[in-house]
Design a binder for this molecule. Structure first.
Ligand code: ATP
Length: 361
């Protein structure tokens, strides 16, 4: 069954609003110029709305996303005026957990030699995808404090790993590798120190790997992975890991191919029979209050994110098309300062839109 082509657009906070404005225009261009049957649904949710009337994620909005949307395009959530991030918790974690978006997929592909900061390495050396488990680990907020505020204070955070959760993210990584012609899947853990969870990850990895005999299944300790990602990133094609390690290594990965301004991501639920479900698409960066409102934010991460979104909705080839336009923006320096250009957010977006309009005829 095909996914609904309704896309919820949630700019959120800070630079999220500026970069999603570009993403929205791209989707609108596909709708009007290429006749893609997209329905764009603008959502006024985020810190401004929360501060105005206390709304975070209304139940009817959540139900509409769950039942009638194919994708959500999210900018960023985070605002200094909401220090406890209550709105972000309800909106972002609400969708991530309640829609069971267990696979956080983060491509790390360098689009130009100039974006690779490693000595002696270029774009051809940095091309891998990280599958980060997105619903378990230490992010489930299980734990507690004892004797808080005293010299004997104890703080505990539990690391939750279920057989089901571990197996399905590993399976998603192998399935993706198989579908994209990638030969090697690395599983990163810290099983030499975290023995119980490590043992579960190790067994699940070996067992799932048997179902994908064409893929070479390799284990790497996460600390060694950080070393190799810098020394020899060309070793990696697909990396699967838990929530915490995935969070950390994907920032390192972003630095290998141009930084946060160009790193895209998807959070999806992969059903065992491959039936598509609504997915959440967002640039990896946050709300960046330091540059918000100054037309400095790089919108290219959002352009690449829109590519992933369109691919998810079944528009094959559009991810590659947008990637090539982003590549041209970087090569021709029609981009923001963080990736070597001199343009602002709007002018970078205009370059992308103009190229896309030309291509869509
Ligand atoms: P949040 O609290 O929402 O996570 P943050 O500022 O702590 O926001 P990020 O937004 O992820 O974290 O980014 C850290 C820094 O990287 C920002 O302060 C900004 O200077 C830079 N940065 C992030 N995204 C971009 C972008 N799209 N374009 C240019 N610079 C960016």
């Amino acid at each position: 069954m095909a996914l609904p082509r309704k896309v919820a657009i949630l700019p959120g906070d800070g630079i999220g609003k500026e970069v999603v404005a570009v993403g929205r225009e791209i989707l609108e261009l596909y709708r009007t110029k290429a006749g893609f049957p997209l329905e764009l649904w603008d959502l006024d949710l985020g810190a401004d709305r929360y501060l105005r009337d206390g709304t975070t994620m209304p139940e009817d909005v959540f139900a509409e996303i769950r039942d009638n949307c194919g994708a959500v395009l999210l900018g960023a959530l985070g605002d200094p005026r909401v220090p406890n991030l209550e709105h972000a918790r309800d909106i972002l974690l609400g969708m991530r957990f309640r829609l069971d978006l267990f696979a956080n997929v983060r491509p790390c592909r360098a689009l130009d030699d100039r974006l690779v900061p490693l000595k002696g390495k270029g774009a051809k050396d940095v091309d891998f995808v990280v599958f980060r488990e997105n619903t378990e680990g230490i992010y489930v907020n299980v734990g507690g404090n004892f004797k808080k505020g005293t010299p004997d204070e104890i703080a505990v955070n539990e690391d939750i790993n279920t057989r089901k959760g571990v197996e399905r993210i590993i399976r998603a990584a192998f399935a993706w590798a198989q579908n994209h012609g990638k030969k090697t899947v690395h599983m990163a853990d810290k099983s030499n120190a975290m023995r119980q969870s490590g043992d579960l990850w190790q067994r699940a990895f070996q067992e799932v790997a048997r179902d994908y005999p064409a893929s070479s299944a390799k284990h790497v300790y996460v600390d060694a992975l950080c070393l190799f990602m810098v020394q020899a990133p060309e070793r990696f094609e697909v990396i699967v890991t838990n929530n915490l390690f995935g969070d950390i290594i994907t920032d390192l990965a972003a630095a290998l191919h141009g930084g946060l301004g160009i790193a895209c991501s998807a959070s999806v639920h992969v059903t065992p029979d491959g039936t598509p479900r609504v997915g959440l698409f967002e640039p990896v960066h946050g709300s960046a209050p330091d540059i918000a409102g100054h037309d400095k934010a790089n919108p290219l991460a959002t352009v690449l994110t829109v590519g992933m979104l369109l691919e998810h909705l079944g528009f094959a080839g559009e991810e590659r098309r947008l990637e090539q336009i982003v590549q041209a923006a970087v090569r021709e320096k029609k981009c923001t300062a963080d990736v070597g250009g001199t343009l602002g957010t709007k002018a970078t977006g205009a370059f992308v839109l103009e190229r896309l309009a030309r291509e869509l005829g």
